[in-house]
Design a protein around this ligand. Sequence first.
Ligand code: CTP
Length: 457
Amino acid sequence: MASITVRQLDDKLKRLLRLRAARHSRSMEDEVRVILRQAAEQTGGEVLEHLDPPARPTRQTTRAIAAGTKRILLIIGGGIAAYKSLDLIRRLHDRGAQVRCILTAAAQHFITPLAAGALCGERAYTDLFDAQSEFDIGHIRLARDTDAIVVAPATADILAKMAGGHADDLATAVLLATDKPILIAPAMNPRMWAAKPTQRNLAQLIADGIRVVGPNRGEMAEPLEIAAAVAAITRPAGPLSGRRVLVTAGPTNEPIDPVRFIANRSSGKQGHAIAEAAAAAGADVVLVSGPVSLHDPPGVSVVKVETARQMLAAVERAMPVDIAVFAAAVADWRPERTSENKIKKQPGQTPSLALIENPDILSTIAHRKSDRPRLVIGFAAETEALVANAKAKLAKKGSDWILANDVSPQTGIMGGDTNTIHLITANGVESWPPQSKDEVARMLIERIVGALGDAKR
Ligand code: CTP
């Protein structure tokens, strides 16, 4: 096999290589290995796939990561709570994060790298001196190519090593080499937790700027709680930092039988854009969406529902929130009965459909006696007398603001990319120019920030 060293390359190539290596935070040798590997894979990828399936990055790692997607490095320590970390991977995915895993040697007594890797969508990393991982990623890059590191479960041993600055395995080397925020979720026997060295180490770690979630009554914090803590430390700071925002979006589907349903033309684009803009402004956002064919907005907790009743239940579970924006086109009625089996065609007979009213989600939340959001914002989809109908809706539904839009087919708003809004509040009507749904979302967030600021004064 030919052997070549970087020194033998010509100067121009060396310069280019140096630049590329610096961009990827790798040594020049590592960069060459990656280039060679990629070239070899392009020609012999299918063969490699059969020889070496878990070692190759899967589609999820190689696909372009959507802008704003948070990358989380999860270090799984050795404790019985390690099984919960598998659920944590799923919870982090639910929040739109991309997850990469390191398992300590002790963790591998409780769960396998294969299970963690399968859930992450890329191989789990285990060894500091693993030719495979040094080959294409290396511990320095693991430490840097992430937005945050989570250690869950964080055992007494990991805490001690972190506090002492040890770096004798992949997990501790990465923890020492990183400049990214670190969150630990301790889990251990209550006596080990109460032991003076553990408490001393913990105090040191907190002083070093490391965040802690749990433990709760001796147990590791629940995956949902850890995922929320991760989201909080990776969220951008902005004018809505510390605020919780709920957005509904999309249509609802109301089943007639197992294959048929009542739906509408809503695409969910406006609601998704609002959720994304709120997250970009630093808010903790829950998006309750009916069936849509859109990607989940980054940094947002997405709850997927089908029917109006499911949407109401999800909205109630998300309470309390500071701001609620109801952009969903909720079906006003549902079939009174959903047939268990597909309704068969009978010669000469047309079935009739009896409908009953769905709950009004906006009105239910706006009329809450306790925990009413400070700002309740609805939409009015109208095809005539836009402003007059929207003003009537403001009063009837008890919402603070209404964003009225004309959804007549010729406007192309329903399902389209642009929107023309009239913002109706107790102070009057403000007509916005036609603009993209993303711009509408940003303008709405600006108004919300303004209103919250005014309320404080
Ligand atoms: N909405 C809701 N739950 C419903 C119906 C509507 O939360 N069951 C919300 C929508 O998300 C929107 C607002 O109420 O924010 C107005 O929706 P719209 O469809 O314009 O009005 P409707 O209440 O359905 O009244 P109509 O169909 O008579 O115009």
